[in-house]
Design a binder for this molecule. Structure first.
Ligand code: C2E
Ligand code: CA
Ligand code: CA
Ligand code: CA
Length: 282
């Protein structure tokens, strides 16, 4: 309701109207953009240090971008939440999974890439959709992707919703070899009681704990605890947002074995990612 006697409210109303119509424009353009093939996947290497400090690429995280016809490449921070709120995440998530599966099928036939595990982000709304298990199994089958090379990154927000349904879906997919990583660990509503019941392979230390690792003792304590927790539960642990050798060395001393971050590489377009992997091997 507009309060015509108050100029400031008037101003606020028109700001709000602008924001709402901006949202509707993005929603309309994203819907059309998904159908028109404007989504892209970038690949960020996930690496481990082998003996003699030799770097080995173990996989990649697939990160979606939107190639907008006028605005260029748009980062997911600007459209994922909107996609979740409008239901577009179903189509977006399906495209991401299908593209990731197709890529795994291509890599299966190329020895340098055949062992890579591709991590795919899955929104809670997408994961809880009825038929999600079936969708993933059908995509794996229709693309001939090896299920054991697909890793789904889930966030803790999923667990507050319906833990029983989450565990059932994870178990069904894991029975086919699909792996799971708990993303942004420690930033949400972690329930340690659920953690032991989840069929997980990996915990991912959030970049919020990695950023100031070298100067913030509390962050170091939390990162060390997550690494110890993972070890105790028989899970692997990966740190995201690793930007310096110092962070990597501290993480290694804590028992973290796998790293992802700008220190190694930014997320890369497919050709650049493949070239990067070949350079590490050569
Ligand atoms: P995330 O899953 O936590 O992904 C990590 C984000 O950190 C990525 O941002 C990545 O580019 C960025 N990053 C990686 N290394 C570093 C580093 O060393 N320093 C810093 N400062 N940042 C680093 P991006 O690609 O913009 O993605 C943002 C978020 O969007 C992701 O956060 C994820 O929650 C979401 N997202 C991305 N792709 C998908 C998708 O296909 N589906 C869904 N549902 N969400 C996605
Ligand atoms: Ca992630
Ligand atoms: Ca993350
Ligand atoms: Ca994060």
């Amino acid at each position: 309701a507009k309060h015509n006697s108050r100029g400031s409210l008037h101003f606020f109303d028109s700001q709000l109207e602008q924001a709402v119509s901006e949202r509707m424009r993005i929603e309309r353009e994203l819907r059309a953009g998904i159908a028109a093939g404007q989504l892209r996947l970038h690949y960020q290497p996930q690496v481990t240090m082998q003996e003699g400090r030799h770097l080995a690429v173990v996989g990649a995280e697939a990160l979606v971008r939107w190639q907008h016809p006028r605005q260029g490449l748009i980062a997911p921070g600007r459209f994922i939440a909107l996609a979740e709120e409008t239901g577009l995440i179903a189509a977006l998530g399906r495209w991401v999974l299908q593209t990731a599966c197709k890529q795994l099928a291509v890599w299966k036939g190329r020895p340098a890439f055949a062992d890579l595990v591709l991590a795919v982000n899955v929104s809670a709304a997408q994961f809880l959709e009825p038929g999600f298990t079936q969708q993933v199994l059908e995509l794996l089958a229709s693309t001939c992707a090896p299920p054991g090379r697909l890793k789904l990154e889930l966030t803790e927000s999923l667990l507050v919703q319906n833990a029983e349904a989450v565990i059932a879906t994870m178990s069904a997919l894991q029975a086919h070899g699909v792996q799971f990583s708990l993303d942004d660990f420690g930033t949400g509503y972690s329930s340690l009681a659920y953690l032991k019941r989840l069929p997980l392979q990996q915990l991912k230390i959030d970049q919020g704990f990695v950023r100031d690792l070298e100067t913030d003792g509390n962050d170091a304590t939390i990162a060390r605890s997550i690494a110890a927790l993972a070890r105790g539960l028989g899970l692997t642990v990966i740190a995201e947002g690793v930007e310096t050798a110092g962070q990597r060395d501290l993480l290694a001393a804590m028992g973290c074995t796998t790293y992802q971050g700008y220190y190694y590489s930014r997320p890369l377009a497919l050709q650049d990612f493949e070239a990067w992997c070949l350079r590490q091997a050569g």
